[in-house]
Design a protein. Structure first.
Ligand code: ZN
Length: 463
C-alpha cells in the first residue's frame, strides 16, 4: 500500500493525465515527484518547525540557489567524482558563448562560501563552532532502477546543516546533534529515541588504507575517530544507546556516525540521522587556510555534514509506511473531521447547528477541519472510510445523544498506543474542551518551534 498517494501527498507517476493520454511521469521525468495539495500543507508546516527549531539552537539559517556554474563543483571535486549523478546543462549567453551549469547535488559548497564570506568580513567575531542550516533542495541523477515512490527520488529537500567546530568542542557538538535528533523525533514524530530501539553505527576507516582508499593523514583519521568514539560513549552514558563500529565503511573523505532505528513490526532498520566528517572540502576551498589565518595556527577545525531527517520526501515516505499512513497531528493535511450523525428526527436541525458551530470554532483557530455527514446506520462505514483514506487524527461525532447531553464524542488517535480511543468531553459554544485537547497535542511541537505551527486551509473538495 502506498499511503502517500491516498493522502493527496504525491501523484502516482504511472497514472495517466486526463485528456492528454500520457502518464504524469512522462511529463515530470522519472524520479521527479509531482507533489500535491496534501504535501503543500505538510511541507510548509514541517519546514516552519524545522527552521525555527534550528534557529533557536544557534544554527544560522540560509538559502542558496538550486543551481550553480560547474566552476563551483570543480573546486568541490563533485565534477571529478560525482559528475554522472549530476544534472548538467549549458546555457547560451548573449554573446553566443556557452556557460555550463549544474543543478545542486549538495548544499555544502555554497555553505562553505557563505562561511568564508562571513569570516572575511567579521573575522574572529564569527564564533566557532559555526552551525549553518538550510532546507536545501538538491537534485541527483540516481540510476532509474533505484527509484521507488517517495523513498528514492531525484529531487529532494534535505534538513541540511554543516558544523565547523574546533577539535576540542567536537565531542560536545556531536552529543548536541544527537540530543536535537532525540528531541525532534520524540516531540514531533512520536518515535522514542532510547536504548531499546536505537543504535549508533560508527563508520571508520581501515587503518592500513589511510592515504590510499581513505583520503588524509593517519593522524587526522585517528583523531577524528577518537572524537566520534568519545561522543558515542558520552551518548551511551547519558542515554544508554549502544554503538558498533563498521571498520572500513567510512566514506573516502571522513568517518561518520549514523543513528539507526529498528522498526519493530517490520524488523527493519531505518537510518534516521547522520553526522559525516569531511577532511576534503575544507582543504579544497582553502577554508582551513582562512581559519588558521584568522583564528590562529593551532586551531584544528572539523567540518561535519549532518541531517536529522535526511531527505524530507524519503522521510515522510518511510514514516507513512511505518505508521500505516498516519501523520503527526500538526502535519496531517486534515486534522479534524466533524461528523454530524443525522437521525431523520426533529433533532437533525440542532445536530447540524452544533456541528457547524464546532467547525466554525476549529476554522477560526486555523485548525484544518472538514465536515463529513453520516447517518445512524452508516457510522461504522463512514469511520472506516475516513480511517482508510484521509486518516484524520481526530473525528468529532455530533449526534442526538451529544445534542441532548451537550457533549462531544471525540475519537482521537493515540500515537503511543498506535490506535484511536474515544473520549467524551463537555461541549460549550467555544468548544473549549476540544480546543484544549488540540492544544495538548500541539504542546510538544511548541517546545520545539516556539509557536503553534498552524496552517489553515480551505478544504472545499473533501467530504
Ligand atoms: Zn554537506
Amino acid at each position: 500500500m502506498d499511503y502517500a498517494y491516498d493522502l493527496d501527498i504525491a501523484i502516482k507517476p504511472t497514472v495517466s493525465v486526463p485528456k492528454l493520454g500520457y502518464s504524469y511521469g512522462h511529463y515530470t521525468g522519472s524520479g521527479n515527484v509531482l507533489f500535491s495539495t496534501g504535501w503543500g500543507i505538510l511541507r510548509s508546516v514541517l519546514g516552519d518547525i524545522l527552521t525555527r527549531f534550528h534557529a533557536r539552537r544557534g544554527y544560522k539559517v540560509v538559502e542558496t540557489p538550486i543551481l550553480a556554474r560547474t566552476t563551483l563543483y570543480k573546486v568541490s571535486g563533485h565534477i571529478d567524482y560525482y559528475r554522472e549523478n549530476m544534472y548538467i546543462f549549458n546555457v547560451k549567453g548573449e554573446g553566443g558563448e556557452l556557460e555550463e551549469f549544474a543543478l545542486k547535488p549538495m548544499n555544502c559548497p555554497y555553505h562553505i562560501l557563505i562561511l568564508m564570506n562571513l569570516i572575511e568580513k567579521y573575522r574572529s567575531k564569527v564564533k566557532l563552532p559555526f552551525k549553518i542550516f538550510e532546507l536545501g533542495k538538491v537534485h541527483r541523477y540516481e540510476l532509474s532502477g533505484t527509484l521507488r515512490g517517495l523513498l528514492r527520488v531525484r529531487g529532494f529537500t534535505q534538513d541540511d546543516a554543516h558544523i565547523f567546530t574546533p577539535k576540542e568542542e567536537a565531542v560536545n557538538a556531536i552529543v548536541e546533534v544527537f540530543e536535537e535528533l532525540k528531541e525532534l523525533y520524540e516531540k514531533l514524530f512520536h518515535i522514542d529515541v532510547n536504548s531499546s530501539n536505537i543504535k549508533l553505527r560508527l563508520s571508520f576507516s581501515n587503518h592500513e588504507e589511510i592515504g590510499k582508499e581513505f583520503m588524509g593523514s593517519q593522524e587526522e583519521w585517528i583523531n577524528a575517530e577518537e572524537v566520534i568514539s568519545k561522543a558515542a560513549s558520552e551518548i551511551k552514558s547519558r542515554y544508554g544507546v549502544e554503538s558498533f563500529i563498521g571498520w572500513g565503511e567510512a566514506a573516502f573523505y571522513g568517518p561518520k556516525i549514523d543513528v539507526v532505528a529498528v522498526i519493530e513490526e517490520e524488523e527493519r532498520e531505518w537510518q534516521i540521522g547522520t553526522m559525516q566528517f569531511d577532511f576534503n572540502l575544507p582543504k579544497r576551498f582553502r577554508l582551513e587556510d582562512l581559519i588558521r589565518e584568522v583564528y590562529g595556527t593551532d586551531v584544528e577545525i572539523y567540518m561535519i555534514h549532518r541531517a536529522l531527517l535526511g531527505s524530507l520526501e524519503r522521510f515522510v515516505g518511510v514514516y507513512l509506511e511505518a505508521f500505516k499512513g498516519r501523520l503527526p497531528f500538526v502535519l496531517a493535511p486534515i486534522q479534524v473531521v466533524v461528523m454530524p450523525i443525522k437521525a431523520g428526527s426533529p433533532l437533525d436541525g440542532e445536530i447540524e447547528d452544533m456541528a457547524n458551530s464546532v467547525m466554525d470554532v476549529l476554522l477560526n483557530n486555523d485548525i484544518r477541519a472538514s465536515k463529513v455527514e453520516t447517518t445512524r446506520t452508516s457510522i461504522g462505514g463512514t469511520i472506516r472510510r475516513l480511517e482508510t483514506t484521509i486518516k484524520p487524527p481526530i473525528i468529532v461525532a455530533v449526534g442526538p445523544e451529544e445534542v441532548k447531553k451537550r457533549i462531544l464524542s471525540i475519537r482521537v488517535y493515540d500515537y503511543k498506543a498506535r490506535r484511536p480511543r474515544t473520549i467524551r468531553e463537555p461541549y460549550d459554544d467555544e468548544a473549549t474542551a476540544l480546543l484544549s485537547l488540540i492544544d495538548k497535542m500541539e504542546a510538544p511541537v511548541r517546545e520545539l518551534a516556539g509557536v503553534s505551527p498552524r496552517l489553515p486551509v480551505v478544504l472545499d473538495y473533501i467530504s
